[in-house]
Ligand binder design. Sequence first.
Ligand code: ATR
Length: 275
Amino acid sequence: MNNELYAVVGHPICHSKSPRIHSLFAAQTGESVEYTSVQAPLDGFAATVRQFFANGGKGLNVTVPFKEQAWALAECRAARAEKAGAANTLYQNNEGQLVADNTDGHGLVRDLVANHSVQLKDARVLVLGAGGAVRGVLGPLLEQQPASLTIANRTVAKADALVELFADEAGAATLSACGFEEPGQPFDVIVNGTSASLQGDLPPLRANVIGASTVVYDMMYSLQTTTFNQWALDNGAIRVFDGLGMLVEQAAESFRVWRGVRPETAPVIDALRDD
Ligand code: ATR
């Protein structure tokens, strides 16, 4: 049987780990999947998507800087993609309509809860950042029913806007927004969703947001301990994780959406760590 074609589209795309992850999934599950990468011109995302599907492509992952455009281009959206305002997964339904999904938040929650046994239910959660990456994970985090979810951002107005947007999904959780320097008590879980470390910056948090049992998750991944995780360790965090597991988990969820088969993620996370 011929392989069915999938790809990740972004700009730039050369460092993407998605082709490696999905080829490991295909080998593991025996699914007839071929997965490549496509660099779309910055002004040519929609044309690239249309051409991919016109040529028989079955599904796309979408990465920086096109996730918002992918969301806007779609004719239908999965419920979890609707409020995220961004999509990382595209495919066509039986009517030939372009469907957008967002598996990033699922990937984060699954890595925390299933892979690292971090309890989010009833936890006091601090999320740093209020950009596209954070907007994509707030719905799945709130679904876990934390006691509170505090969004801290450099530009507080953007955190305020997210609180307003997600107020109806908060349930019993206390959802609030603030600047980085405001929180002055320990949290159970801190998730860094800012891009500050790309510039080697640290959000100026007070050290006492870290308590004796605080778990820290940096959505960035890197070979070395990330700048943020090093800061957290230096200030007493009990466990720190980077975003490699989230990357593999969001990919596994996309694979499941497309193929109806959920790959095992642990061997793939291990393989990527060893690369
Ligand atoms: P992404 O898609 O990665 O979320 P984004 O939408 O541009 O990208 O959002 C980047 C986030 O990182 C924002 O929360 C941004 O803060 P502002 O909303 O105040 O711009 C945050 N960020 C970027 N650089 C930062 C820095 N040097 N220090 C602190 N926060 C930073």
